[in-house]
Design a protein around this ligand. Sequence first.
Ligand code: ATP
Ligand code: MG
Length: 421
Amino acid sequence: MNDLLPDHSPAWQYLERQLRSLVDRYDYREIRTPIVEQTGLFARSIGEATDVVEKEMYTFDDRNGESLTLRPENTASVVRAALEHGLLHNQTQRLWYMGPMFRYERPQKGRYRQFHQIGIEAYGMTGPDIDAEIILLSARLWRQLGMAEHVTLELNSLGTPQARADYRQALVDYFETHRDVLDEDSERRLASNPLRILDSKNPAMAEMLDAAPRLMDHLDDESRDHFERLKATLDAAGIGYRINPRLVRGLDYYSRTVFEWTTTALGSQGTVCGGGRYDGLVEQLGGKPVPAVGFAIGLERLMLLLETLELIPEQAKGGADAYLLAMGDDAERQALMVGERLRDALPDLRLQVHCGGGSFKSQMRRADRSGAALALILGEDEIRDGTLTLKPLRGDGEQETLDIDTTVTRLRSAIDADTRD
Ligand code: ATP
Ligand code: MG
């Protein structure tokens, strides 16, 4: 679990601003649910035989002896909340969430025990158009962040539960004849969750898996049609993709469309975004059947990628516009008030006022460390004349003494020139 320290938080705030503006542009609405739920909710939705439920959940009994779990993902909670508050009754919903998730995994680069996701979820729409919309939304995000050429869309269809059951049998038969190649994990999954074997990254099994029967060949007609129409929309929108017949995703509730955006720039933790359709989930959790589709983006991985590709804009890194320092008793007494006047006049100004006194030299050193572009000096002369001395801390501008109004004008144009995203 990571601490987020002040040097790094501006980059996160930049990313969060980008994400919020993106979901706004598609008119998705935010939903916030608690970070704990009853354990049964996750077992029933994600599936008993998944890695997440089998070994990754933070589960504990509360003081009443009720079993609670820190959410390992947010879709189950969103469905629970939507059912509880009647959000799915004869209506469509376009929702998004952002926040921490918890999984007891082996920590490594791009994989943590507390991590963050932004997810979007669309309820009540059956057709492939909404699948395409959320993929277009994600593609726009990569463009917005300047990283479109570093991610690849992988696409598959899991068909209906019935088609998957037929396929499951074909797959088990195939694996039975290749038992000698199966590793221990896969051996175990053969009975509980054979589809997950396809997802194995074990190179010793790669050849055998490549030759395995394909779910694509077992699709029901409606799922096939859905998939074809989705591909046609993506083609028309100019979104490239790669069909990956082994893409099954780690959670049991998916049906029909599944997709991932992957990158090769992060080593083995290459999945930045994963999603798909989960038409059966609402009913599974006690509601009337409501079709649904969504995805989740792992923010730590996205951040790692942005940093690796050096895509965090310089101005997103923060720092004050100006640092006000004061020399002499009178000036020290008035510095905070001068600071307030400047903030009254300039709501966007980021200003630090020096506190704690000290020599001119030590105050200038702090001004420099603050990252501010400009030092504002308030001394005895300035107090007497109603002025401030402006000393550029970056670049090679000249020091000038200006009245307060002119200082305000000067600061305003400095702020405007600094195009904040
Ligand atoms: P993976 O195959 O990488 O374990 P997953 O199938 O478990 O991913 P999902 O549950 O679909 O992933 O979560 C969506 C995204 O959340 C992942 O693609 C990834 O970017 C991120 N994610 C999942 N688990 C972690 C983790 N432990 N630490 C950081 N990010 C994670
Ligand atoms: Mg996982």
